[in-house]
Design a binder for this molecule. Structure first.
Ligand SMILES: Nc1ncnc2c1ncn2[C@@H]1O[C@H](COP(=O)(O)OP(=O)(O)OP(=O)(O)O)[C@@H](O)[C@H]1O
Ligand SMILES: [Mg+2]
Length: 1029
């Protein structure tokens, strides 16, 4: 953690005797009469100014600089110097020095800016006079240079560009003002949206007036959000709500046990993906920023208001909502909403009395100090200005149902019923609702009420780097950790999940001591955090094993609490729960349990008594420890944990009956715990059970068995190990048996059920090669389909671990997952066993393609690579082209929906001139124009193998088609040429007809959706039957 340096001693040294000055401050009369000039005020109160600025946020500080630049109080050199300081405190000191040197008027204006930006309560300890802002420049005499306007209007433009940087960049890129590299640079995830806006302004200014003009025109043409003027009561409520939310979201709660980390200091943008089903090319996936989640893209149901963010455990869902709260509360984004109400489903479970909507908002979120009726009426009257946030839908104890309708905002009902009706729009229709959930809790019934689904996919490669750099202010430390992480492929894959990345970043010392080879699985990572916390706690230099043994009692208490919570879907623990599990204060201070925060007035009194595990997955880990260590856990508990939940009645959440018949406290009794546990496990939340089962497999693995044995003292684990190994082998086998036999000549294809991936992950956690071999020994399929299965790098590691043992090569279809560049690296070990690899829509960039090509060259079985709808550019295409030159096994290459452009197409064309294997090539939708088309057309003269070339959705015009005359006339392999959706007119068609006169191999040329009338199409079809429209 970075400790911010406090104001330095020299800040106390003023030009005025400090004591007498402070005395004047205490006396308002003297104060008024003090008659100090603004520069004297700044100097005299330097310490206070540095404290206020230093403790504020980077965003506030940068906004102050925006104003100072706009008013010409800082020149660029001064701006850069002030901004460059390491900490806000030193930046603040530098800034004060610069401003004071500029004289009285500059200091007056500086005070005007501070008063604008800080709330009066934040400046209450300061003596400040009222000064006039600078006079508005008369519009007519204002400078006509657009680039200067950018500076003059900087604060306003930063606000207006917030969340729109991507759109403006696209525009400036389209006009040729910005290169792709510059656009990417500005949008790096390490910058906040305001910082991106500033970077955009700075670069645009440097590009001159034309670029500045484009930007200003865009801003003028896009109306900002219109908001009604709020009356006083609402303004006060808004202030209270935003300061509550700002305070609540400022720190990351899971650091509470060890350190306090500001969200702002560590937050890194995660990958957010939206599926756009309206795209012409089919199901297109695109990346968006958190600020764009309410935008028009990806809307599936216009009548619904719920935006759902789905993500696996630890992928950053709660943190994303926290960031949204912070952005709203600190006025950085979402300002179209007057009020934002945030709820955690985990805590909603605890509201056991009936509540009305009004009570839910006011008593469980934020209480309006006066005029409650007016404020509530305003909320009801302006639903479009209200945002609801609902975190962790999967953590609700009850399944979503739309059976009980409730429309009254003032009539009480259960909190859950209120939430369900809010989601359906029976209550507060047209408010915006953003909700997070793990995928398993999203039922078909819930889907009816979703406006859109957004998938949160954890950190990108750059995100991991940015996160580690943010966590370690010491640059060489950060570089060292990064180097280590990138060199250890499995660890790198795990870091894609933000929570794992946090653990790795925190435990880097132990990690490096262990050497990377040892840390490969999720269980390894969680054992690291266990070591880490214990080491911190005991402050001694004993070996890890000794420390673990000395803390066994604590670990057992925590694991019992975790297990009981897990099977009763309980993630918040009251004092009574803790007492029953014999958790002492010392156990709590270990850091795994953190306070459960809540806005609820009813809860405030109890606030210090409720606890939760610092992350649910940590609770799962402790539950797994309980299962492996405890002598009380027998075969039937293990069986229930590992049994398939594919079919069955309740999918993931408890039924009311189950909760009632097995309240949490009854778990603590000793009456037949094994039988009760078994029954409850059947009903408990599926995704957490699966995570727990992953950990159980890991803890029972040969690598950790010694450690676990030391914990428990009894050699029972080998029995548990055998049982689990047996369940896993059988589980996989069951999947294979369910595959229908191949029909006729068709290949036998298997679409894996979601549980397949879970089983594979359990096998990986066990790190048992024999089990992996056994798992695939009966797999007799030609094609394994794993589309839409939430496969990220972690899952890729596990898949490769198992599939590398395949006896016969097969097709592996991983379309529509989150494999990414890191995932590709993980998959490489099993590429040797792949006949085809489908990686469409997987966020793969040139870097991933390059890794794939390197490995693919040596895989003589590999015939098909599908990389459509990814992020390949010309550079990636050039790497693929080089690969094609050296390869004679690849027969199919699919690259639709990338951005290889002319340069990429030309490189591939050059590679194909002498290629002897590629039969099918798709370059659909790749922004190919004349240069690329010409290269491809002329390649046909030399190529003797290609049978199908797909060039739909590019920018081909008639002149480009002319080159195909030569190409087609000299080619005798091509059968199908697809040119639909280009800009070809009748003239272009005529070139094709001419070419076909001398070509008998072609069977069909696709020309639909070009620029031709129906009559022309008819005429052409008559002239040449092989044209298809
Ligand atoms: N965008 C981010 N920037 C920095 N750190 C993050 C980010 N997202 C997540 N983290 C880290 O990962 C931890 C876990 O993330 P979070 O609690 O948001 O996951 P989740 O998806 O809500 O998990 P669950 O499904 O278990 O609720 C956070 O406490 C934080 O340490
Ligand atoms: Mg969460």
């Amino acid at each position: 953690m970075t400790l911010l340096p406090m104001p330095a001693e020299e800040d106390f040294v003023t030009h005025f005797p400090l004591k007498s000055y402070l005395a004047t401050l205490k006396n308002p009369n003297v104060r008024a009469a003090s008659g100090m000039s603004a520069d004297q005020l700044l100097q005299a109160q330097r310490y206070q100014f540095v404290t206020i600025l230093g403790r504020s946020s980077v965003e506030n500080f940068e906004t102050i600089l925006d104003h100072l630049l706009a008013w010409d109080l800082l020149n660029w050199e001064e701006y850069e110097t002030v901004k460059l300081s390491r900490h806000l405190f030193s930046s603040s000191r530098n800034l004060l020095d610069v401003i004071i040197c500029k004289g009285t008027r500059a200091c007056e204006l500086f005070i005007v800016v501070l008063k604008n930006i800080f709330h009066s309560s934040q400046l209450s300890g300061l003596l400040l006079m009222n000064y006039n802002p600078p006079e508005e420049t008369d519009k007519s005499t204002a400078t006509s240079l657009a680039s200067q306007t950018l500076q003059k209007r900087r604060p306003d433009l930063v606000r207006k560009l917030h969340g729109r940087t991507a759109a403006v960049l696209a525009l400036l890129h389209g006009c040729g003002h910005f290169s792709k590299y510059e656009c990417d640079e500005i949008q790096l995830p390490i910058y906040t949206p305001s910082q991106q806006a500033r970077k955009l302004l700075d670069l645009t200014k440097g590009k001159g007036d034309d670029a500045a003009h484009v930007l200003l025109e865009y801003i003028e043409s896009e109306p900002g959000p219109i908001k009604l003027v709020l009356d006083n009561a609402c303004i006060k409520y808004q202030e209270k709500l935003s300061s509550t939310l700002a305070a609540q979201s400022r720190f990351l709660t899971n650091y509470a046990g060890t350190e306090n980390m500001c969200l702002e200091d560590v937050y890194v943008n995660c990958i957010l993906e939206i599926t756009n089903t309206t795209s012409e090319s089919g199901c297109l996936r695109s990346l968006i920023g958190l600020e764009d989640i309410f935008g028009p893209d990806g809307v599936l149901n216009k009548d619904a208001d719920v935006v759902l963010i789905i993500g696996e455990a630890g992928s950053g869902k709660s943190t994303s909502l926290q960031q949204m709260q912070q952005l709203w509360a600190t006025k950085q984004a979402f300002q179209e909403f007057t009020f934002v109400f945030a709820f955690s489903c985990r805590r909603l479970n605890f509201i056991d009395t009936e509540v009305s909507l009004r009570m839910l908002l006011f008593e469980h979120c934020c209480w309006p100090d006066d005029h409650q009726d007016e404020v509530f009426q305003y909320i009801l009257d302006h639903p479009e200005e209200i945002m609801f946030m609902l975190d962790g839908f999967d953590e609700l104890k009850f399944q979503f149902t739309d059976e009980e309708r409730h429309c009254s905002p003032t009539k009480p009902t259960t909190a859950l019923n209120l939430i369900f009706n809010l989601l359906q729009g029976n209550l507060m229709k047209s408010t915006k609702k953003v909700m997070t959930s793990r995928p398993s809790a999203v039922t078909a019934m819930l889907r009816k009420y979703l406006q859109k689904e957004i998938t949160l996919k954890g950190f990108s490669r750059e995100g991991i780097e940015a996160f580690i750099k943010k966590c370690h202010s010491n640059t060489s430390n950060a570089e060292h950790i990064l180097y280590f992480v990138e060199a250890n492929s499995a660890v790198h894959g795990l870091c894609h999940v933000p929570f794992f990345c946090w653990i790795v970043s925190n435990c880097h010392e132990q990690l490096m001591q262990n050497s990377g080879d040892f840390t490969q699985t999720m269980t390894d990572i969680y054992l690291l955090i266990l070591d880490h916390f214990l080491l911190h706690f005991t402050h001694n230099s004993q070996g890890v094993n000794e420390i673990l043994q000395s803390q066994i009692a604590t670990i057992l208490h925590l694991s019992k609490l975790a297990m009981d919570g897990l099977i009763s879907c309980n993630y918040v623990f009251s004092a009574a729960h803790l007492q029953e599990a014999q958790i002492s204060k010392e156990d709590i201070s270990l850091g795994f349990l953190v306070h459960s925060h809540s806005f609820s007035r009813a809860w405030t009194a109890n606030k210090n008594k409720n606890y939760e595990f610092l992350h649910i997955t940590i609770q799962c880990f402790f539950a797994a420890l309980y299962i492996t260590i405890s002598d009380n856990v027998g075969e039937s508990t293990l069986y229930s944990l590992f049994k398939s939940r594919e079919k069955g009645t309740s999918s993931c959440m408890m039924s009311a009956a189950c909760i009632e018949s097995f309240p949490f406290s009854c778990l603590q009794s000793n009456v037949e715990p094994e039988r009760r546990r078994k029954t409850m496990l059947q009903e408990a939340e599926k995704s957490n059970l699966q995570i727990t089962a992953n950990f159980v497999s890991g803890l029972l693995s040969g690598r950790h068995r010694n450690l676990i044995q030391k914990f428990s003292g009894i050699p029972k684990q080998s029995k548990k190990y055998k049982l689990v190994k047996n369940y896993l082998a059988k589980g996989i086998e069951k999947h294979f048996l369910s595959i229908p036999p191949a029909v006729g000549e068709e290949k036998k294809s298997m679409h894996a059920l979601p549980e397949f991936v879970w089983w594979i992950k359990c096998i990986y956690e066990m790190q048992d090669n024999d089990l992996a071999k056994q798992a695939v020994s009966n797999l007799e399929v030609d094609h394994l389909k794993l589309t839409y299965c939430g496969i990220g790098p972690v899952e890729c590691t596990a898949l490769a671990y198992v599939l590398k043992h395949l006896k016969n090569p097969m097709g592996l279809q991983l379309d529509y997952n989150s494999v990414g560049d890191i995932g590709i690296e993980q998959l490489l070990p099993c590429l040797i066993n792949c006949q085809s690899i489908y990686l469409r829509a997987n966020n793969i960039s040139d870097r991933g393609a390059s890794k794939l090509v390197d490995q693919a060259l040596g895989c003589c079985n590999l015939q098909k690579i599908a990389l459509g709808n990814n992020h390949l550019t010309a550079a990636g295409a050039k790497i693929l082209a080089e690969g094609l030159k050296q390869n004679n096994s690849i027969q199919f290459l699919g690259l639709w929906g990338n951005k290889v452009g002319d340069a990429g197409a030309s490189a591939i064309a050059a590679a194909l001139e002498n290629n002897t294997s590629l039969l099918w090539l798709s370059l659909v939708g790749n922004n190919i124009g004349s240069e690329g088309a010409r290269a491809l057309a002329l390649m046909l003269k030399k190529n003797t193998i290609l049978e199908e070339l797909c060039l739909q959705e590019n920018n081909l015009i008639d002149e480009d088609i002319e080159h195909f005359i030569e190409g087609l006339q000299n080619n005798s392999s091509l059968k199908v040429l697809k040119l639909s959706n280009n800009k070809i007119t009748k003239k272009g068609m005529e070139f094709i007809v001419t070419a076909l006169k001398h070509n008998t191999t072609i069977t069909s040329i696709w020309l639909g959706r070009n620029q031709m009338t129906a009559m022309e199409i008819e005429e052409m079809t008559r002239a040449e039957r092989r044209l298809t429209f």
